[in-house]
Design a binder for this molecule. Sequence first.
Ligand code: HDE
Length: 756
Amino acid sequence: AADLAAGIAYNSNKPAEHGEAARTPPEGVHVAAGAPAATAGTASETQSSAKVGSGAPPLGVNPNDGNLDRVRSDAGGQRLTTNQGVPVGDNQNSLKAHLRGPTLMEDFILREKITHFDHERIPERIVHARGSAAHGYFEAYQDLGGITRAAPFAQAGKRTPVFVRFSTVAGERGSSDTARDVRGFAVKFYTDEGNWDLVGNNMPVFFIQDAMKFPDLVHSVKPEPHHGMPQAASAHDTFWDFTSLMPESMHMLMWTMSDRAIPRSYRMMQGFGVHTYRLVNADGASVFCKFHWQPVAGTHSLVWEESNKIMGADPDFHRRDLWEAIEAGAYPQWELGLQVFTEEEAEAFPFDVLDATKLVPEELVPVQLVGRMTLNRNPDNFFAETEQVAFCTAHVVPGIDFSNDPLLQGRIHSYVDTQISRLGGPNFHELPINAPVCPVHNNQRDGMHRQTVNRGRVSYEPNSLGGGCPFQAGAAGFTSLREQAVTEDKVRGKPELFADHYSQARLFWISQSPAEQAHIVGGFRFELSKVQVPAIRERMLSMLANVDATLAHGVASGLGIPVPPPQPLATALPLPQYAPSPALSLLARPGGQGVKTRQVAILIAPGVDGDGVEAIRAALLADGAVPHLLAGTLNPVRTAGGAMLAVEKTLENAPPVLFDAVAVPDGADAAEQLSRDALALDFVRQQYRHCKPLLAVGAGTALLGKAGIPPLLPDGSPDPSLIGTDPSDLADALAAFKTALAGHRAFQRETDPPLV
Ligand code: HDE
């Protein structure tokens, strides 16, 4: 009380809260935000990014560019205020009747702060709740005016800004990135003629054929409703109960049990529009089209045991990977491919192009590459951008149109509808991340959270008081394709070809390499072994029996039951016999980036050969790989030559599953110490078991011996990814190590069960 009377903060023993120190926090307490990438009114997200530079030919013309700058806020150098802009003097203490008295109702500052906090979560997405996103641009390779008038394809070299969100499907917002699951691949193109959302997945087919079944599918895969388990997993009874009663899901199950469901990185997976869409040109002529995104980094996956362990070690594994690659300037890129075919061609296919459980084999219709997407900027704010972005399949632009795929037709409704509850009303298009970069004018008005201040007295059309504006664009606007009317009964039903549930599941199976096939068997075995009800396992096996006998037997033998008779087919039509499609194997796309962005652990301990460490590090950095020095603790490590090496990560905080490869440098004392550390032994064992490249130099090879790593492959031949070397041959060994790293995994090592 005496302090107060004297005007001194009573808590004078806490200088950080009061007094001079609070007013001028020590350096490092706040970090000034960097300049925003774009300057309002001058250039777009794409055009002015220092990282992108400017392009020629001219970039897309977007008159309202700069929309994000309008709402960017940086607090550097600013004083604290309430939401009403009132400066806040004390952000530590609520207003009380006296020091030990009750808090006063009148404390509007406390109440505003807590009220905002109480409401700062929004409902998570029903599906695809967990995701990560980035900004970038799409650049067209050529003018596609002959087949589509869609703005992004209007001119070779034209750039259109994009925002892309990748996601898992089943897990909740806080779940783990590496669960076995489909990945969402949603692209928002901010085109000159409005936003186009291509809301796809990393697999080209889907579980079901009709939107009518979507709530059932999702209910079956989500945690079971009575006890809320399991999180982010399809390995439970309700999912397999449902799918084993829905043979149309068979093809998609082959994809989700394959390595496609455990990608190494968002940057290393394909994307697909899944449905057949239509492209429409300026004359109103239309062709069918399937969209493909092909990663420049190639397609690569994890192995199942590894992805399971990553869920504990780093649940943000894919989020971090995307973020770090962009921060490091290793911008992820995909080429956009189109499969274009006419209605007449589609009629001759042995499947129905309106059936989302079928793909169009690339041997039947080649994929034509039409442009490239580059992601070059991380969001400023996760909530404002990644969480609030609203993708809707209904968001198409002139030149893109829907097909009658009954799954797509349902989605056209679902996405807009879900945003209304998730984002709190019909004005979600005004959120900065969702706002088009071209002008928006119509007579839609009001509603919750409306921001636009529409001027004038006219909000209807036709009108004379507003000069007839905004006026209809006529032929320049979106016009739905005129489809020829078909006279048939109004029905609930499906075309007969939809009932072929197995031919393409078999096509997928016969197109995989032996290692991929083994992983599919392992995927089914794992999931079905988690199922408790025997009848469900048997029913699933009766479906697998229709796909391939080896597959069915492989899974059945792991479950300890015989293969039951195949499930009766749903159609009597003669079924197509597909030849293998090599494009369906992950191995078809190794990518052209070598070791770029691959994470490599270098295990060090006191007495390590410092020059050797430097040589390994330099060789990896030279080709864009990311070396990390790991030791038992963060204590700097003294090399044999007496230099000190800073340790970046520890064996404890960075387990082996987080790295693509490991190197053990020379140094007798170091090798001796590592050989006594179970974490180090485990490290190299897991690297071996997960088929990753290992490099051991000089005395470092002792660690591999101690860990029981076999020097040869199970068939007795040399293991090209297991590189032991004398220090004098380090240069050659590093070259071999990098070749192995670029090749990703040595699956020839795999045995079932694993040897190490
Ligand atoms: Fe979705 N889906 N979906 N979906 N979907 C949603 O929309 C839905 C389907 C896909 O990063 C929801 O905004 C129905 C296929 C992605 O924000 C919801 C049907 C494909 C994303 C919804 C499907 C997808 C979603 C949940 C069957 C691949 C995440 C929150 C008729 C082509 C987008 C939301 C993002 C999200 C409905 C099937 C992809 C509820 C009804 C097929 C990538 O509206």
